[in-house]
Design a protein around this ligand. Structure first.
Ligand SMILES: Nc1nc2c(ncn2[C@@H]2O[C@H](COP(=O)(O)OP(=O)(O)OP(=O)(O)O)[C@@H](O)[C@H]2O)c(=O)[nH]1
Length: 302
């Protein structure tokens, strides 16, 4: 069975995410692909769901943004969409106030390993707002930068509001903040579909890279149980640029694995009552994944 492609649409409030979603849905329809949409809005009345036609399966996550409260709910919604509709592609529109790490965290679940092909983050940037960003609060400025930095495809949108000189300036700035994403200047979020199809979220570290600077997900698959003490020592010693870990680990003394969650320094173990595939998903940047992987392997071979 083919994996379902998943794209995340990110970008600040009003930057053109819904406009992009509508455009993408039209393009997908023209190609005859089976699509589904997940949306979340701040507040419990959805405004943007009118953007999606009735024949497209839509799940909405209300009451808060993906990152803060409902990452588990998103996981369940995704699971539901996959089981009920088996779509070829799912678009997720994240709230404009979400940080990319939090959003990725919600999508990469050890449960989806075989079912989902996470293609990456498309970030829309309101070009005028970007150029005037110094007027915004430091927190919002930082969020805008983070959204640009972690994109896999960057749409510098609303370029109809810019002079040619401003367009050149913003293109240069985008490259400065993010060298690995392809950057397209757009009006009304009209991105060439070829660029969308080309996307692929980097999952595995490159072997020749010593320290990997990009934000990545890395999946380790345990073949057997490990010692809890060793695992805890590993957690204490690992780099603090690992922001999230989630997945299943099995300890020598137990029959069943634990669901393990780690978020900004805090580990959480939840007992499972059945056997699960022992996948552990890491999200981090500036990490030498080869060393990390070797340490996990050593734990297993003890
Ligand atoms: N002039 C101009 N307006 C645009 C462009 N793209 C989008 N807009 C308008 O900008 C407004 C915001 O666009 P949306 O697509 O709703 O933005 P959003 O990111 O979904 O906004 P939130 O739902 O608040 O996060 C709408 O009125 C769009 O019609 C563009 O390229 N140029």
């Amino acid at each position: 069975m083919n994996k379902t492609e998943v794209y995340l649409l990110s970008g600040f409030l009003g930057s053109g995410k819904t406009t992009l979603l509508k455009y993408l849905l039209q393009q997908e329809k023209n190609e005859g692909r089976k699509i589904a949409v997940l949306m979340n809005e701040l507040g419990s009345v959805s405004i943007d769901s009118d953007a999606v036609n009735e024949d497209v399966p839509l799940k909405e996550l209300l009451d808060g943004c993906i990152c803060c409260t409902i990452s588990d709910k998103l996981e369940a919604q995704l699971q539901g969409l996959l089981m009920e509709y088996s779509p070829e592609v799912i678009y997720i529109e994240a709230t404009g106030a979400a940080h990319p790490v939090e959003v990725i965290d919600a999508v990469v679940s050890p449960l989806f390993g075989e079912k989902i092909d996470f293609k990456g983050i498309i970030t829309t940037v309101d070009s005028k707002r970007w150029l005037d960003r110094k007027k915004l609060s430091p927190q919002i400025q930082q969020l805008l930068i983070e959204q640009v930095k972690h994109a896999n495809l960057l749409l510098v949108n609303k370029t109809d509001t810019l002079s040619e000189e401003e367009q050149a300036t913003i293109s240069m700035e985008m490259t400065m903040f993010n060298q690995h994403a392809f950057c397209v200047l757009t009006t009304f979020s009209k991105v060439p579909m070829g660029e969308v199809r080309k996307m692929g979220y980097p999952k595995e570290p490159q072997h020749h890279v010593q320290v990997d600077l990009h934000l990545r997900t890395f999946v380790y698959h345990f073949k057997r149980h490990i010692s809890q003490k060793d695992f805890e020592s590993f957690l204490k010693a690992m780099p603090d640029t690992i922001y999230r870990i989630k997945g299943y680990v099995k300890f020598s003394e137990n029959n069943y694995p634990y669901l393990f969650q780690y978020s900004y320094g805090t580990p959480l173990y939840m007992k499972e009552y059945m056997n699960m595939t022992l996948n552990l998903v890491f999200i981090g940047e500036k990490v030498n994944w080869n060393i990390l992987s070797a340490q996990l392997l050593e734990m297993e071979q003890k």
